[in-house]
Design a protein around this ligand. Structure first.
Ligand code: FES
Length: 120
């Protein structure tokens, strides 16, 4: 598999702050969020039991799974305050007005925030 697949998923300006968008790329379902002007991309499958997260409630950066209510920070994929399950997130960039998702899986890039294993 090519680990640096760059997949265009739409125009930057079609996703206003506070909005979300479900896209299908390369056999995956991915949810894009615009949070205060920053785009985040997550795998649309809850790591708990695979439920779709696209309709989950978002509070600031924390998304609640509609199925059983586990919460994940969409910036890091981590559950706030605890270790445990980790949501798959994808790097997303704006290139010439287009949003481009990189499908290389980087669930917990150290550059993107706190580690998931924050001690309780
Ligand atoms: S499937 Fe998401 S919390 Fe259970």
């Amino acid at each position: 598999m090519n680990s640096s697949d760059q997949i265009p998923v739409g125009a930057v300006d079609e996703l206003a702050p506070g909005q979300r968008k479900l896209v299908f790329v390369d056999g995956r379902s991915i949810v894009l969020f615009n949070i205060d002007g920053t785009i985040h991309a997550i795998d649309n499958a809850c790591p708990h039991n695979g439920a779709s997260l696209a309709s989950g409630q978002l509070e600031e950066c924390v998304l609640s799974c509609p199925a059983h209510g586990l919460r994940f920070d969409v910036r890091t994929g981590c559950m706030p305050g605890t270790g445990g399950l980790s949501l798959t997130i994808f790097p997303v960039r704006a290139i010439e007005g287009k949003l481009v998702v990189s499908l290389e899986v980087s669930a917990t890039s150290p550059a993107q925030g706190p580690m998931c294993n924050a001690a309780p």
